[in-house]
Write a protein that binds this ligand. Structure first.
Ligand code: B12
Length: 213
């Protein structure tokens, strides 16, 4: 079995130690850490699909997430190092919206943004709309990146945009939205400035916002 297949298998087996070992091995073999992360994303998505279909259960999601979270820091560290030190392209405030505790995707978005040269303020998960607005104001952010994976929390994106407008900040900050609960039509309907389905896509979008694409 090659290393990336082993990495996918480790996610599937909820084997955190094997996932971390395969991630390190992938780097030693000179494989692209972003590609290794995409391999894990596909594996965990399969488990999510099984959960939706009723063939997998919450402990399966928890086990797979733990395996992915054991390997992610190894890959994220490599991505940050390869990004080197760059002049700041702009300031991003990022987080997962209130009611939603999914962190893996937005953390990869943040890692790639940092590697590309953005100054990123990651607020974490389950973040109230008011807190995003405060962080945009306090950090003079150019971009706010909102992640939502649950259908029920997608509406929080709209709330953030509304509160930014109420605070007189909407004109100075671009809003990008993503996560499994979001699509381009939804993003357009709430007046977001952009949507991307992947972390590399998020970086290209952010660069286009600051005229660096
Ligand atoms: C792992 C996981 C969990 C873990 C999360 C651990 C963690 N620390 O993140 C745990 C076990 C905690 C969990 C809990 C729950 N989960 Co869950 N989970 C998943 C699963 C399997 C994978 C998510 C993931 O990490 N994917 C890998 C990452 C890399 O992908 P990603 O998050 O999509 O991010 C990528 C892009 O979307 C994009 N992106 C992400 N954010 C942003 C932001 C911007 C601005 C941009 C531009 C791009 C972008 O870039 C990322 C990298 O490419 C998904 C299945 C799926 N298909 O997504 C279900 C899923 C999201 N979960 C689901 C559910 C229902 C739940 C629970 C309600 C289950 C329960 N009964 O308790 C709880 C919710 C708790 C809460 N309040 O949030 C459902 C949601 C259904 C829906 N549409 O509402 C899913 C879709 C499973 C399913 N098919 O039913 N979950």
């Amino acid at each position: 079995m090659d290393t990336l297949a082993g990495l996918a298998q480790a996610i599937n087996d909820y084997d955190a130690a094997a996932a971390e070992r395969c991630a390190r091995q992938a780097l030693e073999e000179g494989l692209d850490p972003v590609e290794a992360f995409a391999t894990m994303t596909a594996a965990i998505k399969d488990i999510g699909d099984g959960f939706e279909a009723g063939t997998r259960w919450l402990p399966d999601l928890i086990g797979a997430a733990a395996a992915m979270q054991a390997a992610s820091p190894v890959l994220e560290e490599a991505i940050r190092i390869s990004g080197g030190k760059k002049a700041a392209l702009g300031t991003v405030v990022a987080g997962t919206v209130q009611g939603d505790i999914h962190s893996i995707g937005i953390e990869m978005v943040c890692t790639l943004l940092i590697a590309a040269g953005f100054d990123v303020h990651y607020l974490g998960i389950d973040i109230p709309a008011e807190e995003f607005v405060e962080a945009v104001r306090d950090n003079g952010a150019d971009i706010v990146a909102l992640s939502a994976l649950l259908t029920v929390t997608a509406a929080e994106d709209k709330k953030v945009i509304q509160l930014l407008a109420d605070a007189g900040l909407r004109a100075q900050v671009k809003v990008m939205v993503g996560g499994g609960a979001i699509n381009a039509d939804f993003a357009a309907s709430i007046g977001a400035d952009g949507y991307e389905p992947s972390a590399p896509g998020a970086v290209e979008l952010a660069k286009s916002f600051v005229g660096a694409a």
